[in-house]
Design a protein around this ligand. Sequence first.
Ligand SMILES: [Zn+2]
Length: 284
Amino acid sequence: MDFDDPGPRPAGPQLDELADLFADGPAALLTGAGISTDSGIPDYRGAGRPPRRPMSIDQFTRDEPYRRRFWAGARVGALRTADVEPNEGHRAAAGLEAAGRLTGVVTQNVDGLHGRAGSIELAELHGNGSVIRCVETDHRFSRSEVLDWFDVANPGFAERHADAEITPDGDAAVTGTEGVRVPVCPACGGMLRPDVVYFGEHVPSGVFAHAERIVGAAAALLVAGSSLAVNTGIRLVHRAEQRGIPIAVINRGATAIDGRPSVRVRVEGGTSEWLGALGARLGA
Ligand SMILES: [Zn+2]
């Protein structure tokens, strides 16, 4: 197999089949890491990559050296990701919703790119990494303002470590973090953490209920850029199957639901080109 082969162009019978999915009303869109790879965010579950080591919330809250490495990595990583923007796939999703073709977007991603692209009815199952919250009082701050506090407490650190290797989960290969001063909540001194769902935590019930409403109101479910390795994604697929609505999958690489009778369309390809083509077809 030639990995440089972009695959079939978004046209022909498969695009017709995807468009047909919307014949009975708006669809729900479920997305995963694959929709953000074209924005330069690596998919650590993608083909040929080692499995991602999930960060546990116990590790974060109990291990002070780990927290120092996390914030140091977050600060240095921000130098690299400052220019990350929504791509054609995110824009197509927002356009389809604006055109009345989607009941909403449910995403497993924490990069916030769907919201930045203009999606309104949006359930972020695993939270949003650009939001930082205080574990004591639920005060909320933006990641950029907390990183400004990091700079004040650790002058020159980001510049000195600008070349360090960064992993997407923030456990960066930044060395020399022993003296790092970790930012705390300016209102109460509490521990600060990203507002994301870590390994060992559950999707907040209100967020999952929102996702269920988006799927429950839809005439079809379109999965884009997810191998459905995450349990919450599978639960939403089951919800769609219980309702008897058709499912379509756009993904590079195998998914957990390939071959199931409920999957009416299975496109092997990238989300940017296929969602873009679908948006153009449906007049979004
Ligand atoms: Zn606080």
